[in-house]
Write a protein that binds this ligand. Structure first.
Ligand code: ADP
Ligand code: MG
Length: 456
């Protein structure tokens, strides 16, 4: 549908907007608006004054974007200009569509983040749906929130991408703060902690940072698998952990795998992690998926019949983030078009959603993800070294490149630092043979794939 004129495209957007607004607001915000250019995925819309510009940008940008996107897949960015519509904008940075979509999601999520605590207000234990796949983790979280530092220390929650770890960890924090607002809690994603520590070492403020952590009653570190094999950060974390632990302060951690499987983690840290309570969150069954959808519908602007929710719950099984993503997408489109929701539309929307989320990957993404997963650098992966901790990631990278990008063996070899194609074939066969009999290897490969395709 890309051969529509700008005028036709804008008319379609306007008619969609008109359906979802009162006549008065529609005229107020959309009178005298039009598309002035559309180039390289960037659309420029002219509006009559600054007030309208601000309002349309803040309130309607997302809907306009979704609507445009349905007519032209290539659209990546919208710019609004006031008045003379024929001035060309300077080349602004062109966003990829993923980033643009992510940003939209972030904007809608941001409003829920409490700037003081960095916690999402929506992530509460009350809004966490409990089923067989997560009941132990939930019960342990609840117990910890009630008895800080007394029952399970540390609490270690693990599970795949999008299965509720962050929600649970923040739920604990929100509960504690609600019941005892004077408790000092730090919730921090591991990647942020690591960059804080590295900055601190560089700027010689590391003692202040250590002090900051040591003053907490509760330290919550999310995605601890990202604490890579950099000795200095693991050292500092180890010291911080012991310091808090010895004074009965509560420590809560999450990870994408159990402590034993954290290959970049020093033994002494792993054994600390194993010293408390370990609980996993797994893939929810159908009943639970449906319950989650019903919970998430509570704060949506429209309602959907059970039949549609059942359809979504049946078809999206992989994880909860994706389940919620599909629901949000469907709600947004139905809300946007103002049409009566029906199963046939939903089937179509869901199909598009599923295809988009299983998009193909690139060799670069695979290589980077493998390095991150094993906590090694790209250089190490490409080296000729035969050290076991490098050989295995290298073989897995070769296997994934072959399986998921269908590259030729010589291509894979040259990508991975000029290895001979026979080396690649050998590695590929080895992994294929091993993956059937070796549960751990299978799980590791699944985790890597999850990261590649979910980009959590
Ligand atoms: P993870 O940290 O494990 O990758 P998240 O905690 O970010 O996963 O969860 C992804 C999304 O799914 C969040 O929006 C979260 O609210 C939702 N979610 C996950 N588990 C549940 C649950 N049991 N009940 C309700 N919502 C959930
Ligand atoms: Mg998370």
């Amino acid at each position: 549908m890309t051969n529509l004129t700008n005028e036709e495209i804008w008319k379609t957007v306007l008619s969609e907007m008109e359906m979802s607004l009162s006549k008065a607001s529609f005229i107020t915000w959309f009178k005298d608006t039009r598309i002035v250019s559309k180039e390289n995925g960037q659309i420029v819309i002219s509006v009559p004054n600054g007030f309208v510009k601000e309002w349309v940008q803040n309130k309607f940008n997302k809907r306009i974007f979704l609507c445009l996107k349905q007519m032209d897949e290539n659209i990546r960015e919208i710019n609004y200009v006031v008045g003379n519509p024929f001035i060309k904008l300077p080349d602004s940075k062109i966003l990829t569509k993923e980033i643009q979509l992510e940003q939209i999601q972030e904007i809608s999520v941001d409003a829920d983040i409490d700037p003081k605590t960095n916690l999402n207000r929506k992530y509460t234990l009350d809004s966490f749906v409990v089923g067989t796949s997560n009941e132990l983790a939930y019960a342990a979280s609840f117990a910890v929130a009630k008895n800080l530092g007394k029952v399970y220390n540390p609490l270690f929650v693990y599970g795949g991408v999008g299965l509720g770890k962050t929600h649970l960890l923040q739920g604990i924090a929100n509960k504690i703060l609600k019941e005892s607002p004077d408790k000092k809690i730090l919730y921090i994603p591991t990647e942020k902690m690591v960059s804080e520590l590295i900055e601190g070492i560089k700027n010689k403020t590391i003692e202040d940072i250590k002090m900051k952590y040591a003053q907490k009653d509760v330290l919550i570190v999310d995605d601890i698998q990202f604490l890579a094999a950099k000795e200095s950060t693991q050292d500092i974390f180890f010291a911080t952990f012991n310091n808090l632990y010895n004074r009965n302060k509560q420590i809560i951690l999450s990870s994408d795998r159990p402590p034993k499987a954290l290959s970049a983690m020093e033994e002494r840290l792993k054994s600390r992690f194993e010293g408390g309570m370990i609980a996993d969150v797994g893939i929810p069954d159908y009943e639970m998926r449906l319950a989650i959808l019903k919970t998430k519908m509570r704060d949506k602007p429209i309602s959907l019949p059970d039949e549609i929710l059942q359809y979504i719950a049946t078809n999206i099984q992989k994880n909860i983030r994706e389940l919620e993503g599909a629901l949000n997408r469907i709600v947004a489109v139905i809300d946007l078009t103002g049409r009566e929701p029906n199963l046939r539309d939903v089937e179509k929307l869901l199909k598009a959603y599923i295809q988009a989320s299983y998009r193909k990957t690139s060799a670069q993404t695979i290589i980077k993800t493998v390095c991150d997963f094993y906590g090694i650098s790209l250089n190490e992966l490409l080296k000729k070294s035969r050290k076991t901790f490098l050989v295995k990631p290298r073989q897995i990278a070769m296997y994934l490149l072959r399986e998921d990008t269908k590259s030729s063996f010589p291509d894979i070899g040259s990508r991975l630092g000029g290895k001979d194609h026979s080396t690649v074939i050998h590695a590929y066969r080895k992994i294929i043979e091993e993956v059937d009999s070796n549960e751990n290897l299978k799980q590791e490969i699944n985790l890597i794939r999850e990261r590649i395709y979910n980009k959590a």
